[in-house]
Design a protein around this ligand. Structure first.
Ligand code: KIV
Ligand code: ZN
Length: 402
């Protein structure tokens, strides 16, 4: 039977903690509406105790969403839980998300609490959160660096106190996929009633392993993944939502799971976030980067012109791009791609003309990083013998390859 992947988007909370990515109320509302269109299951709208503005934004998102669960983050403190509940109480599907750190490092250096005090806080605040709603998520912050016996005890208490989702974050991006997967397997094996709750993965990208770790957690029983659009978040960011979703989509043979995501909304969502925050996506970013569907090497371009399956594992359309083929002209490009680009500009070149233009093109390409449309027009204009629209591209392809 196919498993169901639950996608928990934390762009508006953990993502917003990224330098330069904070959003005002109106911006959060626009993002939330787009995330609902994308089809995520849960939107973590913010950390209401943090500020008045944050509280108002979470409240507004709660009033807006029709079919998506709205989560609000709170520490295991009474005033936090109450403030978070106040912000989401009008949501159609409210979730309280409470957390406390469980690693020795955090207990000693940050919380100054004993293990016993942590267990008491989990018991008290998960129980308190459950008095407001049936949907309570508990996160053991820094779970991946926590001592496994203590982590199992904490999870046991959280489940007994009423948590319905158990999140085991790799808060500092320290885990490897094997470590992280094993942690889920071990906790699920040790803790009674683990099969009655949903386990969740929450990964940071300090070693560039956030997506791989999330997939390893899924393979070991985590049915929920927490991620952000464009992978924004603390330090090196969170697991990138679009990468996880497309891994499931393209490699459905490996995961045998479905999600509610409309993959065609991935690119528009990425663009919206980028335009709201002003933070650009790196060009070679998987799925949504400018170069994700661009091809420069001659051999690749030739393959693409014959059949896109040669060098693309998904279509640009499947992630919401309308562009069908992006052949970038540069010194690695071949005659085939050059001919196609010339044809798109209205210049149909025969073999001799193509050889001539190719020579000049390479001289220009050796001097520039890429040859743009205007460069190509200039090259073609300087060759007055080149006729416009003389032959159809299909005839020319025969001539070239035949
Ligand atoms: O990274 C983390 O541990 C978190 C928790 C608060 C869920 O963001
Ligand atoms: Zn986090």
């Amino acid at each position: 039977m196919q498993r169901k992947l639950r996608v928990f988007d934390t762009t508006l909370r953990d993502g917003e903690q990224s330098p330069g990515c904070s959003m005002n109320l109106d911006e959060k509302l626009r993002m939330a509406a787009q995330l609902e269109r994308l089809g995520v299951d849960i939107i973590e709208a913010g950390f209401p105790i943090a500020s008045h503005g944050e509280f108002e934004a979470v409240k507004a998102v709660s009033g807006l969403l029709k079919k998506t669960t709205v989560a609000a983050l709170c520490r295991t403190r009474k005033e936090d839980v109450e403030r978070a509940w106040e912000a989401i109480r009008d949501a159609k599907l409210p979730r309280l998300h409470t957390f406390i750190a469980t690693s020795d490092i955090h207990l000693h250096h940050k919380l100054n609490m004993t293990k016993r005090e942590v267990l008491q806080a989990v018991n008290k605040m998960v129980t308190y959160a459950r008095s407001f709603t049936d949907d309570v998520e508990f996160s053991a912050e820094d779970a991946s660096r926590s001592e496994i016996d203590f982590l199992a005890e904490v999870v046991d208490v959280a489940i007994k106190s009423g948590a319905t989702t158990i999140n085991l974050p790799d808060t500092v991006g320290y885990a490897t996929p094997v470590d992280y997967g094993n942690m889920f397997a071990e906790i699920r094996r040790r803790v009674p009633n683990s099969d009655k709750v949903t386990f969740s993965a929450h990964c940071h990208n300090d070693l560039g392993l956030a997506v791989a770790n999330s997939l390893a957690a899924f393979a070991n029983g985590a049915d929920q993944v927490e991620a952000t659009i464009n992978g924004i978040g603390e330090r090196a960011g969170n697991a990138s939502l679009e990468e996880i979703v497309m891994a499931f989509f393209v490699r459905s043979d490996a995961f045998n799971a479905t999600s509610r995501i409309n993959t065609r909304e991935l690119y528009p969502t990425s663009q919206l976030l980028s335009s709201i925050t002003g933070v650009k996506v790196q060009p070679h970013k998987a799925i949504v980067g400018e170069n994700a569907f661009a091809h420069e090497a001659g051999i690749h371009q030739d393959g693409m012109l014959k059949n896109a399956l040669t060098y693309e594992i998904m279509t640009p359309e499947s992630v919401g791009l309308t562009r069908t083929m992006n052949l970038v002209l540069g010194k690695h490009s071949g005659r085939h791609a050059l001919q196609k680009s010339c044809a798109e500009l209205g210049y149909q070149l025969n073999n001799d003309q193509l050889q001539q233009v190719y020579k000049v093109f390479l001289q220009v390409a050796d001097k520039k990083k890429s040859v743009g449309e205007q460069d190509l027009v200039d090259i073609l204009k300087n060759h007055s013998d080149i006729v416009s629209a003389a032959k159809k591209p299909a005839d020319l392809r025969k001539e070239l390859t035949g």
